[in-house]
Ligand binder design. Structure first.
Ligand code: SAH
Ligand code: SF4
Length: 417
């Protein structure tokens, strides 16, 4: 199966009504593809697209079913393979659309089997595309895909590499679903295929991508509509079919959109807490100045469908000498009392230029003991893919890693286009 060239379903739109959204690139300057990709469109949007090229209304539902099945169950990358659709309709579709996923421009494989892909998306000019990273974390039982929601992030949490990236734009639903499709393409995770030689994938006879975490680059709740539309496609039982219980959305605490996440998406929620006091959280997660801990926990308490079987995950990055005292651990379990919760202690993943250090292992163990004794099981998240900078908070696109001089050279090239 071939991966067609660069594909994007639509231009990116800025997040509505978000005062801290920094629009660094005029949207009309993004390079739109000649033929839009159908990847990531809802069934209704697909039917509309088919209507726009003259497919009669009475046929549309069936055509949507057929294309949906070929695309999301079989992994079709071109219309040609859709043998249950007549040649005429296939060629009509091909003249107007593609099934393109974001182009994979680099792949890194960690010693622990974690894979990181650099994906290229349309940017201001062909010479200055945008990029995001997507990470696959396998073990014997499951394969978790860490998906990005924005290029960069506006929120500047002080311990996060992504937050230092200047370039920011929202991803489209096509670019978000496209990450799942691109990962499955790279892993040969389609019926009848075998994983690439040497790849680590679950060995239980099931699929290779079993879980999704919206924990890549960006704040998913600052791109709410696109993330919602994309996750509903990913969870569709007649398509990719990853159940909502196996999809986790992580937020730094965009309080007004937490209730909407429960009502309109219905996936599992993770909250990046990281501190038990507002003065410290104001520094680590500056969004806390807008939505303090009390308001955040209130929104969590009201998250629909919570039970002991459906808990909110509270993420807590372990920063040496900053938030890792035993008094902090005790305050943490007190704070979460009454909320069906899991606690996930994340050893800080260092990146070039950071002022923070990861807590000592001994301290992490003592901290986790307090949490464990309060009734929370296995609270420490093992870092994966650290050797390829694929672990939490280490993602940053390659163009952003260039030196100032290289960036200037690129800009000069773009201006002469
Ligand atoms: N913006 C969302 C989701 C992406 S970040 C959020 O903040 O929740 C995914 C997780 O990685 C968050 O819990 C984030 O706080 C954590 N993280 C960020 N930088 C990190 C780092 N350097 N080391 C460990 N975890 C980090
Ligand atoms: Fe953005 Fe999340 Fe990183 Fe904070 S931790 S800067 S919200 S990606």
């Amino acid at each position: 199966m071939t991966t067609p060239d660069l594909g994007l379903s639509a231009r990116a739109a800025p997040a509505a009504g978000i005062d801290s959204f920094i629009e660094k690139t005029p949207l009309e300057r993004y390079v739109a593809p000649e033929r839009p990709s159908l990847v990531g469109l809802s069934r209704a949007a697909l039917a509309e697209a088919f209507g726009s090229i003259g497919i009669p209304e009475r046929e549309r539902r069936m055509r949507v079913q057929q294309v949906w099945h070929w695309l999301y169950v079989r992994g079709a990358a071109c219309f040609d393979v859709m043998t249950s659709i007549s040649k005429e309709v296939r060629s009509l579709l091909d003249r107007h659309f593609t099934l393109a996923r974001p182009e994979v421009v680099a792949e890194q494989v960690s010693v622990d089997g974690t894979r990181k892909w650099l994906l290229r998306l349309p940017g201001e000019t062909a010479a200055r595309p945008h990029e995001v990273e997507c990470v696959y974390i396998p073990d014997t039982e499951r394969g978790t895909l860490c998906v990005s929601s924005q290029v960069g992030c506006t929120l500047n949490c002080t311990f996060c590499h992504t937050g230092t990236q200047r370039l920011v734009r929202n991803l489209t639903p096509g670019e978000i679903v496209g990450q799942v499709m691109a990962a499955r393409d790279r892993l040969d995770d389609w019926p009848g295929q075998n994983p690439p030689l040497g790849a680590i994938v679950p060995t239980n006879g099931g699929r290779f991508v079993t879980n999704i975490v919206m924990m890549g680059m960006g704040e998913p709740l600052y791109n709410f509509e696109a993330v919602r539309d994309a996750l509903l496609v990913v969870a569709d039982g007649d398509g990719i079919g990853i159940s909502k219980r196996k999809i986790t959305l992580s937020t730094s605490g965009v309080v007004p959109n937490i209730a909407r996440t429960g009502a309109e998406i219905g996936v599992m929620l993770a909250v990046s807490l990281h501190a038990v006091r507002d003065d410290l959280r104001d520094t680590l997660v500056p969004l806390n100045r807008k939505y303090p801990i009390k308001d955040l926990l209130e929104a969590c308490r009201n998250y629909p469908g919570l039970s002991n079987a459906r808990r909110i995950t509270f993420e807590y990055v372990m920063l040496k000498g900053i938030n890792d005292s035993l008094a902090d651990a005790k305050a943490l379990v007190r704070l979460l009392k009454g909320i069906p919760a899991k606690i996930n202690l994340i050893p800080f993943n260092p990146w070039p230029g950071t002022v923070y250090e990861c807590s000592d292992w001994e301290q992490i163990e003592k901290f986790s003991e307090v949490v464990f004794n309060a009734g929370y099981a296995s609270p420490v998240r093992t870092p994966r893919g650290r050797d390829i900078l694929a672990a939490c908070g280490q993602l940053k696109s390659a163009t952003e890693k260039l030196s100032a001089r290289e960036r200037l050279a690129l800009r000069a090239m773009a201006m002469t286009d």
